[in-house]
Design a protein around this ligand. Structure first.
Ligand code: BGC
Length: 762
């Protein structure tokens, strides 16, 4: 039933409608509002536009230039002025904005929305991927790959909760995170935005992120909606290029790519999902009913809303060439289960026409609109859509958030190699050379960051100067461009190295999306995973002088730094540690903080080894490469500490267990070194014989354990039947009787694992 359309002024004069009564349950409010809405108003809720500030900025940037459609900076609408967009907002023709980067702009847009007939507030989304870093002056936490290296779900939940506060403080309510794609190709520029290669680790990190953002039930003004993305399998793109086609079996989807989504929906109750740029098995993901409706909604019970990715609805027509025109693309995507269109004009008119022509069921529109309205009610936007600017100032980059950002950075840095040079006692050195393209700039902040104030960023050089004393540090400015070939600069740096008694060389990648010199991040894919330009030469020449050399790697993707790994005495994988990168790196180098992080992704020796994963099938290396090793340079789960942990006495609670029962595995862990440290104890399993092939091992649990020197602890894991279950040849999920190998230890490498067998009976 649709009631008569009343203008806004009359509506406020009339008796307060039920949907405006905060005392009523959300469901009733949604139903009440929905029945007051015209078809046009309902479809409008499904429409998202980029913020006027963003439009202005991209218009400036592209002034007079032709913008290619595949340029993702295509953040403006050629035939729509900002004033048109304001007017549409006032008329209730916009349901959502993305990339509104100031609280003032968010308030201005909400004011316009409050003039619309039904006064439905806007929901504003942003890519707050590791903090609300697209907004200036916010706390920048390590990128997800570094977060995953901490194996610390409590920390990730906490930093996500803080990020939600920073999102809300700038007028947004929804973040397009977590990226729960399982990363399987290091050439792919988005690797740093993922939680790595392992489905279980990605799942646990994804759940922690969603819980952190959404709180108990997405309720109130302190939480933000999360978004599980991207459906699906775009993280193993053919040839490594973003959005390239994927051809994946249902087995691989269900074993590798879907588990994080299943948990996001069933366990963490993620409110939104995003479809992927890529096609899957011949179907553009934005038109994939099987994925969006049959699996997500019908099988997993998802009842939030699904948003499209940037321009991808249009690409069903103009890239994938599946829909012969845009209107057909709109039809396909809504019919397949998509609820909100990111971004731009055309969609609203198209969908309205399709419903009127009987080509799309209005029920599809109602479903979408209902979920979007539910979110707006839950987030408290009908009560107050505005943000208090005083709160903004108090929340962003506040003391508590800064402390978490530093802790997260320290827990994310992986010590890859140490031949006794570390931990450093800076008092022993008189002249410390610091150089390299990542030593003194914002590349440590990672992708999905816009310019942050210099004073909010501790560069690695800053951190070393603070820890060692500025007077001892010689900084050689190698330049910021990681791609540059500068043999002269290498020469100058190595001349300085001759006079130094320690060299710290900071090399890697540039993930900064606002710089032309970027080499990783979204849409920045590579053919090789070697260090670019003369960076390796820089390390070689400095090392050749005989000065003790430490290499620090910055960037989101694993790099095949073979020569460095073989030759320099100390190597640190810093990833993209965020606002306090320098403090964290210095604390790790000096041992003020004992490194604890482990690799959430294998580091290949060569791009030709891709896909390089620890949880491969048994036949993967039946025949070895003839021109190099078949092992990674560094394996998943590996990472050093300044102390030593010994594992002993792996015991299982039985040697025969029913497939319906849980059992435990316990191991004794002793700190046999000289300093306190934290070990990440890892549990892997292998199904010894199975009807369909199984990986050689799979991570099934992990635990962070802190021990003082000499301290011993028994660490126990409970292995429930779901940890042993798999899809058999008939794609039935369950536990197959037989023996399993249970492995516990410090990395995924066999030499680091204690093993025991158990027989699973019917
Ligand atoms: C990315 C998404 C992101 C969106 C909005 C797209 O290009 O693939 O992950 O959320 O842009 O910024």
């Amino acid at each position: 039933m649709t009631i008569a359309v009343l203008p806004a002024a009359l509506l406020t004069m009339a008796q307060k409608p039920l949907y405006k009564d905060a005392g009523q349950p959300v469901e009733k409010r949604v139903t009440d509002l929905l029945q007051r809405m015209t078809l046009e108003e309902k479809v409008a809720q499904m429409c998202q536009y980029v913020g006027p500030g963003h439009i202005r900025e991209t218009q400036q940037r592209f002034k007079g230039k032709k913008v290619a459609k595949n340029d993702d900076a295509y953040g403006f609408y050629p035939n729509l002025s900002i004033n048109d967009l304001y007017k549409m907002t006032e008329e209730g023709k916009v349901g959502s904005f993305l990339h509104v980067v100031t609280a003032e702009e968010a308030n201005q847009l909400q004011e316009l929305a409050m003039k619309s007939r039904l006064q439905i507030p806007l929901i504003i989304g942003i890519d707050a991927i590791h903090g609300n870093a697209l907004v200036s002056g916010t706390t920048v936490y390590p990128t997800p790959i570094g977060q995953a290296a901490s194996f610390d779900t409590e920390l990730v939940e906490r930093l996500s909760r803080e990020s939600a506060l920073e999102v809300r403080a700038t007028g947004a309510h929804w973040t397009f995170t977590p990226n729960i794609d399982v990363a399987r190709d290091a050439r792919w520029g988005r690797t740093g935005e993922t939680f790595g290669e392992d489905p279980y680790l990605v799942t646990r990190m994804g759940v922690a992120t969603i819980k952190g953002y959404q709180g108990e039930d997405c309720q109130g003004s302190d939480v933000a909606l999360a978004c599980g993305k991207h459906l699906i399998a775009g993280s193993e793109p053919s040839n490594g290029t973003n959005a390239a086609p994927m051809d994946v079996s249902e087995r691989t989807l269900r074993e590798v790519y879907l588990p994080p989504y299943k948990a996001a929906v069933e366990e963490a109750k993620v409110f939104t999902l995003m479809a992927a740029h890529n096609e899957l098995n011949g179907v553009p993901c934005h038109a994939d009913k099987w994925m969006m409706t049959d699996i997500m909604r019908d099988e997993y019970g998802f009842d939030g809303f699904i948003v499209s990715d940037w321009m991808d609805v249009e690409r069903i027509h103009d890239l994938h060439k599946v829909a012969p025109n845009l209107k057909e693309a709109y039809r396909e995507t809504v019919a397949a289960g998509l609820d909100m269109h990111m971004h731009g004009p055309g969609f609203m008119e198209g969908v309205i026409e399709l419903v009127k022509e009987g080509k799309l069921a209005e029920a599809q529109v109602d479903r979408a609109c209902r979920a979007i309205l539910e979110a707006k009610f839950k987030l408290g936007l009908f009560e107050n859509p505005f943000v208090d600017l005083k709160k903004t100032r108090k929340t962003l980059f506040c003391k508590e958030h800064k402390a978490t950002a530093l802790e997260a950075a320290e827990k994310s840095i992986v010590l890859l190699k140490n031949e006794g040079l570390l931990p450093l006692d800076f008092s022993k050195y008189k002249n410390i050379l610091v150089t390299g393209p990542n030593a003194d700039n914002h590349t440590v902040l990672g992708d999905w960051t816009l310019q942050q104030p210099d004073e909010n960023v501790v560069t690695i050089l800053d951190g070393i100067c603070q820890a060692a004393g500025k007077e001892k540090v010689t900084y050689y400015n190698y330049g910021d461009d990681v791609r540059q070939d500068s043999p002269e600069k290498v020469k100058e740096a190595s001349e300085l190295a001759k006079k130094a008694d320690l060299a710290i060389v900071v090399v890697g990648e540039n993930p900064l999306r606002y710089q032309k010199t970027k080499t990783c991040g979204e849409n920045v894919d590579r053919m090789s995973i070697d260090l670019l330009g003369t960076q390796e030469l820089l390390v070689k020449e400095i090392h050749k002088t005989g000065v003790p050399t430490i290499v620090v790697l910055v960037g989101g993707r694993p790099l095949s730094v073979n020569w460095i790994a073989q030759n320099v005495p100390a190597l640190v994988q810093a990833w993209e540690p965020g606002s306090f990168a320098g403090t964290a790196v210095a604390n790790i180098l000096t041992g003020k903080v004992n490194p604890s992080a482990k690799l959430p992704i294998s580091i290949p020796r060569h791009a030709g080894q891709i896909q390089m994963i620890y949880n491969h099938k048994p036949s993967q290396y039946f025949h070895k490469y003839k021109d190099g090793a078949s092992t990674p340079l560094y394996a998943f789960g590996y990472g050093l500490s300044y102390t030593t942990f010994a594992y002993s006495n792996l015991k299982l609670s039985g040697n025969k267990v029913s497939s319906k029962d849980s059992f435990t595995a316990s191991v004794e862990l002793t700190n046999i070194g000289k300093s306190e440290g934290t070990e990440i104890v890892q549990l892997y399993i292998r199904d010894d014989y199975s009807y369909a092939t199984r990986p050689v091992k799979e991570l099934k649990d992990f635990m962070r354990v802190t021990l003082k020197p000499g301290e011993k602890r028994t660490v126990e894991f409970t292995i429930s039947p779901d940890k042993l279950a798999y899809y058999n040849r008939a794609m039935e999920y369950g536990v197959e009787p037989g023996t399993f190998t249970i492995m516990v230890g410090s990395s995924s490498m066999d030499k680091d694992l204690q093993k025991a067998k158990i027989e699973i009976i019917k």
